[in-house]
Design a binder for this molecule. Sequence first.
Ligand code: GLA
Length: 389
Amino acid sequence: MDNINMLKEKFNQLFKCVCENVYFSPGRVNLIGEHTDYNGGNVFPCALTIGTYAVVSKRNDRKISVHSLNFEDLGIIEFDLDDMIYDKKHDWANYPKGVIKTFENHSFKIPTGFNILFFGNIPNGSGLSSSASLEVLMGIILNDSFNLNIDMVEIVKMCQEAENKFIGVNCGIMDQFAVGMGKKDCAILLDCSTLKYSYSKLDMDGYKIVIANTNKKRGLADSKYNERRSECDTALAEIQKVKNIKALGELTESEFEEIKNCISDPIKQKRAKHAVYENQRTLKAVKALNENNLTLFGRLMNDSHVSLRDDYEVTGIELDTLVSLAWEIDGVVGSRMTGAGFGGCTVSIVREDAVDNFTTTIKSKYKDKIGYEPSFYIVNISDGARKLQ
Ligand code: GLA
């Protein structure tokens, strides 16, 4: 691959040594099951062919030297294995640092430092999990370089822990799991309360998965994300006074309707409603897909967006505009926001012969309304994080 040779050359120039190994970790798109992971529900994501590359060599000392071609202005960032604390000026490098620190906290010995050149082709802040991609990438580098023999699911869990505790974003497990455990041409149905999972083949002959990026810069995403999470926690605590459950994901729609009034704040009641209904919707959608009922799958995607817009309130004008424009286009089976929301991307299933019309029409109408253009990616589904060379 030309890309990889270019990265290796760049690595040699930067670090004045020859690279030893090359790794790749994908981004992800979630087809349905949004904001359900931290509510003990189900998600249905898949890994993408776009992602993050790393070219690596071990060092003899305890220094870690990293550079990203996506943040060239920041130069080479250096830190020491004996001084692994969050440092604002280390910017993006706090993600790999957090993973190393978390491995050490779990008693995995990292005996030497290394040099790493990173390059990612996932648009930053697009909601396609560039951070989980980077975290799991660091996880597999450590696992492979020091023969740690850690199971991928354990790596995934430590990467989520790094994001929660080191970075301070209270994310669920979906992104790291999809990135680590993805499988070519399949989506993963993951029960986030038990981590039981199964793969569904995405046999979408004649249809494409199209991602549309709002290109809205997300600033407040993280704080609103944590806010939604704690709203759900409060709603759960109130329900727990009358019903013995561990997570909102345990409830069916009718069980929720029966006890919803014990959630005193109507806003928190809406948040919990989304968590419960979205989880059930995800199970219905996966069943529909497994029965080749793409039409029903698409309808459930649309319902998911409505619930995220009206009850969970994580969409915003950019995502809503993209989705409502998509709904008007002939050949669109379903369209919804994907990821955390507040900006980022939508995911749509579009009949192959309608894709050109989809992108041109939405591009111009979105620009008229929002003032700048969205971007589109027609995606392919890949395997999870792995060593390339
Ligand atoms: C972000 C988080 C995930 C998940 C989604 C919403 O991507 O990292 O854990 O909660 O938002 O479904």
